[in-house]
Write a protein that binds this ligand. Structure first.
Ligand code: SAM
Length: 272
């Protein structure tokens, strides 16, 4: 788990408040990821969503595979509560609070994650635990962001507030920690997995509707690189930073939609 991101505390609480907007931001990626998961999902057995957040991906799988036991695990109590509320209609679905890399003692036939695997302090140790908790013919499907330069949503919003270029993230825990496919391949190899990655370019939806720019501004003021910078400023500087951010968002407005280019990997892995 990552302390820097404090998923069990403030960051998780913010994601729980903002789950509709975070789901919207993934809306054009999820069909690709859900299709990759369904491609390998068994009809029965147990599937675990690693870092399930508010549960959107687990709910989609539970709906498509009613005889499969689907379990979502997340560090954030508030996100798990949100997921439980959203998923209450599915008897084959449950959500648990905990470190997903420990799998709660479950043996999994399928592991999957939408952007929930890049925050482990020790990814090799975490992926090794996941390997030990998976059957020998399990599948592991997950998405993660590609290089930040392929993700203008982060570059443009991250440099809007102060005007300084966003520093290129490295491989420490964070949204871009798995951007380098060779780095991920090395983690997989060291932890007993083998896998291939497909690049997916998609539109990152920051806001939509009559007030799309306000929606996007509300979102990026709480989540993402601009939000982190805004938190550091005094109130006058914060207001000026928000106005610059608004300008960047307004420049992306088309037909009541604020979309940015974005790019992710979808990894499909098996035990080595
Ligand atoms: C970027 S969010 C993605 C959430 C969700 N998968 C989605 O698509 O909306 C990353 C999630 O991973 C969770 N997470 C990070 N490290 C974790 C760990 N060690 N065990 C369980 N959840 C973890 C966070 O709490 C957060 O909900």
């Amino acid at each position: 788990m990552t302390l820097a991101y404090d998923w069990a505390g403030r960051v998780g609480d913010t994601w729980a408040d903002e789950w509709r907007r975070t789901d919207l931001s993934f809306a054009n990626l999820s069909p690709h990821l859900n299709a990759a998961i369904l491609d390998v999902a068994p009809e029965t057995g147990t599937a675990v969503d690693i870092g399930c957040g508010a549960g959107g991906t687990a709910i989609a799988l539970a709906a498509a595979r009613p005889a499969l036991r689907v379990i979502g695990i997340d560090l954030s109590r508030n996100l798990v509560e949100t997921a439980r509320g959203r998923g209450a209609a599915y008897p084959n679905l449950r959500f648990e609070v905990g470190d997903a890399s420990e799998l709660g003692g479950i043996t999994a036939d399928l592991l999957f994650s939408r952007h929930g695997v890049m925050f482990f302090a020790d990814p090799v140790a975490a992926f090794t635990r996941l390997r030990h908790g998976a059957t020998s013919d399990a599948h592991f499907v997950f998405s993660c962001f590609r290089d930040v330069t392929l993700n203008p949503w982060a570059i443009e919003t991250g440099s809007a507030v102060t005007g300084a270029a966003l520093q290129k993230p490295g491989t420490s825990p964070g949204p871009f920690a798995f951007a380098d496919a060779d780095h991920v391949r090395a983690i997989l190899q060291a932890s007993g997995w083998t896998g291939d990655a497909q690049p997916v370019d998609y539109s990152y939806r920051a806001g939509e509707g009559e007030h799309a720019v306000d929606e996007a501004l509300a979102f990026f003021s709480r989540i993402g690189p601009a939000a982190a910078q805004l938190r550091e400023l005094d109130s006058a500087a914060r207001e000026a930073g928000r106005e610059r951010l608004r300008g960047v968002l307004a420049a992306r407005l088309r037909n009541d939609i604020v979309d940015f280019p974005a790019s992710a990997w979808i990894w499909s892995c098996r035990p080595a």
